[in-house]
Design a binder for this molecule. Structure first.
Ligand SMILES: [Zn+2]
Length: 365
């Protein structure tokens, strides 16, 4: 029984990718042991799909999973066998999704802001396809694995996430949806790739009594999604509170400072879209000054401290210079343009300084 099944799996493994290659007419590639004579049979009409590439639509064959005839009730198939079927089936589903759908794109900066703290640079590696045509089921043993829950709105094939709807920058639920899907991307990376993910996903599906919700890999994604949703609503609430200091950088961007929790944001002046979020800031800054569009000064009057940072194109702050012995009497610090800064104290005495690219001040009175 096992031997027979393995043979069947091996056959599927070989036939699936080759179907795609053959139908694309790439007959010279013969990686999978098929002879050229077999290469030019036309696509069965039902298997044809359009692939929208940069050069327009090209018809491709979509391999439908071949029938697997196992003379056994699927419920009697072992978990290991389900796993093996998944190792193949998941990969082929991924191929089908690629062929069915058009181009992909990276996550938007506005999404990365919320997802990066939880997923690190995985957010830079995944690709997203919006308006995706989904598969509602995966096949194994002549049975359908019905994808439920979140997976009807989005599906992930390791580093490629398919979202049924179009991108909506104002929909925080879409970010929550991505958090669920990124959990699957993370699982995939951790397990070592598509084949391993498919193996584990199908095996856990079987372990969970062939029920989507009981699959431990779904439970993990579901649990994280819920935790993330709670965290996100807190973030949004804090972001809607009014800032203590708001400084225009003069390039359409504004830095906002929230003293009570030591956080800040970089937002677009029109629209208010958050470009970057900052945390771990001192809670004692009195003034923030945009020395240039890409350089900012933080002044702590009580401590007599000044810190200068460069604002990188993505909005990250790079530390440049710290002053510890500044006077504690500066009432107003303002930019004069051309990297010059004026300090005015409580007695209206003023001093002007130039600032170089490294954030170092020199007397310009
Ligand atoms: Zn899921």
């Amino acid at each position: 029984m096992r031997i027979k099944f393995n043979l069947i799996v091996a056959k599927i493994w070989m036939s699936l990718p080759s179907t795609m290659l053959l139908c694309l007419g790439i007959s010279s590639i013969n990686l999978l042991g098929f002879s050229k004579a077999q290469a030019f049979h036309p696509c069965p009409p039902l298997h044809r799909a359009e692939h929208k590439g940069p050069l327009g639509s090209i018809p491709v064959c979509v391999p439908t999973p071949p029938p697997i005839s196992i003379p056994t009730n699927p419920t009697e198939v072992s978990e290991e066998t389900w796993g093996q079927a998944g190792a193949v089936g998941y990969q082929s589903a991924s191929d089908i999704m690629r062929a069915k759908n058009g181009g992909s794109q990276g996550l938007y900066q506005s999404q990365k802001i919320y997802l990066r703290p939880h997923f690190g640079d995985l957010v830079d590696r995944v690709q997203v396809v919006y308006n995706a045509q989904m598969m509602d089921t995966w096949s194994a043993f002549g049975q359908e694995i019905r994808l439920g829950g979140v997976e009807s709105a989005a599906q992930t094939y390791c580093d490629r996430i398919y979202v049924r709807d179009s991108y909506n920058p104002n929909d925080f639920n879409q970010v929550i949806l991505l958090a669920h899907e990124l959990t699957h991307s993370k699982q995939c990376e951790k397990l070592g790739g598509m084949t391993q993910f498919g193996y584990h996903y199908f095996r856990e599906y079987k372990k969970g009594g062939q029920n989507y919700q009981n699959n431990t890999m779904e439970k993990e994604a579901e649990a994280f999604q819920e935790k993330f949703a709670g965290w996100l609503s807190g973030e949004i609430a804090s972001q809607n509170q009014s800032s203590d200091i708001s400084v225009s950088l003069g390039n359409g961007k504004v830095i906002k400072y929230f003293r009570n929790n030591g956080t800040g944001t970089l937002v677009r002046q029109d629209g208010g879209e958050i470009i970057q979020r900052y945390s771990g800031w001192h809670k004692s800054w009195d003034q923030i000054v945009a020395i240039r569009t890409d350089m900012v000064l933080f002044y702590d009057r009580e401590a007599g401290k000044g810190e200068i940072y460069r604002i990188e194109p993505q909005g990250n702050l790079t530390f440049l210079y710290r002053y510890d012995g500044w006077r504690k009497t500066w009432r107003n610090i303002s930019s004069l343009g051309n990297s010059r800064v004026r300090f005015v104290d409580d007695t209206n005495h003023s001093e002007i300084y130039s600032v170089n690219d490294q954030g170092v001040f020199s007397d310009a009175n």
